[in-house]
Design a protein around this ligand. Sequence first.
Ligand SMILES: O=C(CO)COP(=O)(O)O
Length: 235
Amino acid sequence: MIIAANLKTNLTRAQTLEYLKNLESCLNENSITQEVMVFPSPTSLNAHDGKIIIGTQNAYGTSSGAFTGEIGSMHLDEFGIKTILIGHSERRHILGETQEEIVNKFNFYKNLGFKIVYCVGEPLEVREAGFEYMMEYISKQYEGIDSNYESLIIAYEPVWAIGTGLTPTSEDIALLHKELKKKLPAPLLYGGSVKVNNAKEVLSIDAVDGILVGGAALNVEDFCTMCEIAQGLSG
Ligand SMILES: O=C(CO)COP(=O)(O)O
């Protein structure tokens, strides 16, 4: 299973380094063999030697150049980072990233052989408009994406469940994951208010290949506990 932490705009560089040190210790003490990823803030990106895969929450589709405020692949290469989060709902709905911009970014980092965690998910009003409309909406988020890319991981994150404490029922997650797996066989993570107290339930659902955790991952002990839960379920 893939257990991923999206630290978003949280933890300083010093706090992130401490977080990673503590998480590495916990993973080793508990003999965790799951794929564990941490996406820290840009200022906290660093080379990392250990079990944890460090990914970037974002980067522009360029090696370098005149793109004020952005980082490019040259800045990731410096740290040996080859994993990127693309299409997160907060970049789509808060920062206004368009599907075209997302596809361009996807293609750039695909061509560099990056492992891509590609996020899809519907806002509440789309969900409330009915299943068919919701599936059409999510399908549009796949447009332009190479569904055969071998280093693609999908993260289904219903926007209305992110940071709200609300999660779909296990039945709803199972239904959505079953439908999304029909679109493509890539590993499929669930994200949206995953916590220690619901991680086992979520990870036990068919077609859930892991979790992408935001707020609850900021507590490194809790995030490690979720890794232990995944380990226990994996036998
Ligand atoms: O956005 C998320 C992970 O990318 C989920 O965030 P929360 O776990 O805080 O709901």
